[in-house]
Design a protein around this ligand. Structure first.
Ligand SMILES: CC(=O)SCCNC(=O)CCNC(=O)[C@H](O)C(C)(C)COP(=O)(O)OP(=O)(O)OC[C@H]1O[C@@H](n2cnc3c(N)ncnc32)[C@H](O)[C@@H]1OP(=O)(O)O
Ligand SMILES: O=C([O-])CC(=O)C(=O)O
Ligand SMILES: [Mg+2]
Length: 301
């Protein structure tokens, strides 16, 4: 896979139950950045085989119009994951989300099967990305080793439902039970140079709560969030897309710092605030995100 593929915009990764034909058929119309075709917890145990067949047909025949397609396979402690990997690769999925990843050995096991399937089905070796969901204290403490375990690894994600279960934690209004995990995950992802994603927000009708959580994780540095409903997409895109004011400030900052660098000035005031060279990288990142979100037409990136 190319760096462009690995680093593409992923503000929203929307889960859908692969068992439900109506969901898989046209979910691209809601324009999430990615879909997560779920074979794991959304699919009833007795429906695993039919969901997998539906997955293969969907990957093969439905045009997702550029929406990225990841598959959440079943856990490595189930009888399903090997066939899930074969069907995902045979169908041409962009990547696989490994649920309940605990160690780098879990990633190595999946990678071996993915490579075997790529050869079996004539797909370019190395073309299928991986991402890991971290759903337990052990997983979060191993975040860096998991994040650096494979060249295919695109990102790591917090999965709070199972994390709270395994931590014996209770859900709180401000998410304090998740603070340490979020901090460790974003730090591991940045250190490894890959993306970080926050968990799903399960209260579908609480859009104000979703916005608060999205702003929190955006400010921590996360790249996006897993979703469970199309109703959540617009809010997340809004939170993650730079505003006109942020774009114009970033442009001013870059131009002013470059101009003053030529004059030998290191620190200066732009729009009433002190800026220096350290802020230029963030300003470029804002413009890159704005461009990928379709709201920047300028020429600085
Ligand atoms: C803890 C975890 O593991 S989370 C990950 C696993 N969970 C999942 O994958 C669940 C994903 N979400 C869903 O399956 C559904 O949103 C549910 C079951 C929660 C609710 O489904 P519904 O009651 O049909 O939702 P709702 O009435 O709000 O749907 C509105 C429309 O959006 C569609 N829709 C709802 N959720 C999704 C989705 N995740 N992806 C695509 N389309 C969706 C519905 O088909 C419906 O379309 P229509 O108006 O054309 O009929
Ligand atoms: O990945 C997610 O956010 C959903 C999930 O599996 C969990 O919360 O346990
Ligand atoms: Mg889970």
């Amino acid at each position: 896979m190319t760096d462009a593929q690995k680093n593409r915009i992923r503000r929203t990764m929307m889960f859908l139950n692969t068992q439900r034909a109506a969901l898989v058929k046209d979910s691209y119309v809601y324009k999430p950045d990615s879909v997560l075709l779920d074979l794991e917890d959304a699919v009833a145990e007795g429906e695993k085989d039919s969901a997998r067949v539906q997955l293969y047909n969907t990957l093969k025949y439905v045009d997702y119009h550029g929406v990225e397609r990841f598959v959440r396979i079943n856990g490595l402690d189930t009888p399903h994951y090997k066939e899930d990997i074969r069907a995902s690769v045979a169908g041409g999925a962009d990547g696989i989300r490994i649920p309940k990843t605990e160690t780098k050995n879990d990633v190595a096991l999946v990678e071996e099967l993915v490579e075997k399937a790529e050869k079996e089905f004539g797909r370019p070796v190395g073309s299928t990305m991986l991402m890991a969901a971290l759903e337990s204290p052990r997983a979060v403490l191993n975040a860096y080793e998991i994040a650096t375990s494979s060249d295919r690894m695109m990102g790591i994600a917090l999965s709070a439902g199972d994390f709270k279960r395994t931590m014996h934690a209770r859900q709180t209004a401000d998410g304090s039970e998740l603070a340490t995990a979020r901090g460790l995950i974003i730090m591991a992802a940045r250190a490894a140079g890959i993306m970080a994603f926050d968990t799903v927000y399960t209260n579908i009708d609480d859009i104000a709560g979703l916005r608060r959580e999205a702003e929190l994780i955006r400010d921590m540095g996360f790249d996006g969030k897993s979703l469970i409903s199309p109703k959540q997409i617009a809010t997340i895109h809004e939170v993650f897309t730079p505003t006109e004011k942020e774009i114009s400030r970033a442009e001013h900052l870059i131009l002013a710092v470059e101009e003053n660098k030529k004059k030998g000035v290191g620190v200066l005031v732009v729009d009433g605030a002190m800026v220096d060279i350290a802020m230029v990288e963030g300003a470029y990142r804002t413009l890159t995100l704005a461009k990928a979100s379709g709201v920047y037409k300028g020429g600085l990136v």
